[in-house]
Design a protein. Structure first.
Length: 300
């Protein structure tokens, strides 16, 4: 307890606009209103996030849903309890000399993890653009900020970047080759809990989710646009221009943030099938085995 409030640290696997709901809930005082003294820890990538979550060091961590699904299949005592993003919004961004996907042949592409679902999707998009898996190399770099840094250093020729990094890259002369949301509209970012923590402190989990649900609705109110942009600008240390472009893309165009923190069985079934087809997951894995929506129902 801190000043009569429950102390809670949660994890985000990259400081990008995909965690905008977290930023809003924090800055608007929604966590505090639920009696939580909340802070968040930034993981270097989803692999570290799942390790910290599984060991109970950080009891709640956000990650693209494929990551916890794969960990649960290995026996990790964690569960998906909600969603905050419906798709992996952002773009495959390339160095200026690459005018289309085929120009990436013989080059390196930065990924968060070679075995993650986002890499499977990236490979599928590149395949649709005319490249086979053997036409390029993938380099394990980490989250969006690190992938952008690797591009600027010339260590890779392309990467998937979340906004506002993709818009910043475009302004610096890099090219936007493909939009993830257009190719794969169902690729949720999930909120995941350590099972033991959920059993011991269910009300804390519900309080956290209640604040997140409130933030997910708040961000869509038209009158909140300027403040939502300011919150992203501050937390991302981004320019106002790129934060505004991010709002117009994420909220107005693709509606990427999930209202009410819902996560559907249908979305998870599609993702599970994708992982099975890629050989990362055994056949017969059911989404119901990886999800516990009881906390979210109480929060709503």
């Amino acid at each position: 307890m801190t000043n009569g409030k429950i102390k809670l640290t949660t994890g985000i696997t990259s400081k990008t606009s995909q965690n905008w709901t977290n930023f809003v809930a924090q800055d608007k005082g929604f966590f505090e209103a639920e009696g939580l003294h909340h802070t968040y820890a930034i993981m270097k990538d989803m692999r570290e996030g799942m390790d910290q979550l599984t060991r109970g060091i950080v009891p709640i961590v956000t990650a693209m849903a494929d990551t916890p699904i794969l960990e649960i299949a290995k026996g990790a005592s964690i569960r998906i309890i909600a969603g905050i993003v419906r798709t992996g919004f952002g773009h495959i961004v390339s160095s200026p000399e690459c005018k289309d996907i085929r120009d990436l042949k013989g080059r390196s592409v930065a990924v968060i993890d070679p075995h993650s679902g986002s890499t499977v999707i990236l490979r599928e998009i590149l395949k649709r653009g005319g490249l086979s898996y053997q036409d390029y190399d993938v380099k394990h770099v980490g989250g969006t900020p690190k992938r952008f840094e690797a591009m600027k250093k010339g260590e890779v020729s392309a990467a998937f970047l979340s906004p506002p990094y993709d818009f910043q890259a475009e302004a610096e002369g890099y090219r936007l080759l493909a939009d993830y949301a257009e190719h794969f509209p169902s690729y949720p970012l999930a909120i995941n809990v350590n099972v033991d923590f959920g059993r011991k402190e269910p009300e804390t989990v519900v309080k956290y989710l209640r604040a997140m649900v409130k933030a997910s609705h708040w961000i869509y109110e038209p009158g909140n646009r300027d403040e939502a942009v300011s919150i992203l600008e501050k937390n991302m240390e981004s320019s106002r221009l790129f934060a505004e472009k991010t709002y117009d893309y994420v909220i107005r165009k693709i509606k990427g943030i999930t209202p009410g923190c819902q996560i559907s069985q249908q979305e998870l079934e599609k993702l599970t099938s994708l992982l099975v087809e890629a050989g990362l997951l055994a056949k017969g894995t059911r989404p119901s085995e990886v999800v516990d929506l009881s906390f979210l129902k109480k929060a709503q």
